[in-house]
Design a protein around this ligand. Sequence first.
Ligand code: ZN
Length: 150
Amino acid sequence: MADLRDLYQEVVIDHSKRPHNFHKLEDANRSAQGYNPLCGDKVTVYVKLENGRLRDVSFEGSGCAISTASASIMTEAVKGKTAEEARNLFESFHDLVTRGNAPDDRATPLGKLAVFSNVSEYPVRVKCATLAWHTLRSALESSESVVSTE
Ligand code: ZN
């Protein structure tokens, strides 16, 4: 587990300092805002949805290292996937950060998202890690309302 912890630290710190896809998506046709009042994390997720597939995904916002890194890694993980695949990935990710392990589902491999497995040891951090995902799901459902993790 020590190796995974080191990897976790490294990947999370790297993505929180230099988040990927961190900009407004000018040709987005879906977007949603999310807010985690427990920590103060705010995120806006932009999606360019074409024929049911996430052609491009980006985000803006401010928050703690975990929320920023999770949003950054999420945009990479879901880009090119169908909306249904993205939802399935969120379910696996949610299991990972709440239980510490994900169902052995080869259809939705977690890949780099696995670095968040030890978030399950810090329940207050689960909302930081899942904020961007809740917001993505809201964007895909075309809800214009602000998402709260509460
Ligand atoms: Zn946070």
